[in-house]
Design a protein around this ligand. Sequence first.
Ligand code: 5GP
Length: 206
Amino acid sequence: MKDLLPPGVRQQGERGIAFVIAGPSGVGKSSVIAALLARDPRLAFCPSVTTRPPRPQEVPGRDYHFVSEAEFDRLLAQGALLEWAEYQGHRYGTPKAEVLSRLAQGRDVVLNKEVRGAWAIKNAGLGYPVVLIFLVPPSWEELVRRVRGRGTEDEEALQERLRIAQAELARIPDFDYLVVNDELSAAVTRVEAIIQAERMRIVRCG
Ligand code: 5GP
């Protein structure tokens, strides 16, 4: 197919693309990402580093790199993080080398971020396209139900997550795509459509 293209033109998917999945806590970012990874071997998930302790089902190195406060300080001082944020008393950051090396290999990278982090990655000057996808629940009532259903936190932490969620929804205009997660497989299909379209996008590079 490449022989058909005029000079100075390529498809965006010939090189790596970063897809950032953001949206309020409890919306189902992790479940959508797990399903995407199972279905598309070109996608690579880049786990964040965090000072938060692991949840029961989480696997170190797969879901997060769990680090001490001192280790997080060291990564920050080394400039090893593309961006970082504090969320409910814990720090989260994006390892720069891991993201860049996968993109350089031509892999498409999937990242799970809170909303400010997504925007920071878009503006970090990665040198690769960054596509911001905002995942929303079908309604506010459903968001509250899902955050409660997670049941890993006390009432105060839960109320704090809901307050943060409200502020995050106000940042929807900063994003490229809005996807409703009403039903997991439907949401995954929608995100896959975005990924396919972005790979087929025509880039004028000449
Ligand atoms: P959780 O503790 O529920 O796993 O994550 C809390 C929030 O931190 C989620 O909204 C998640 O998307 C976000 N998050 C995870 N890793 C990072 C990161 O590296 N940077 C930023 N800015 N947010 C992150």
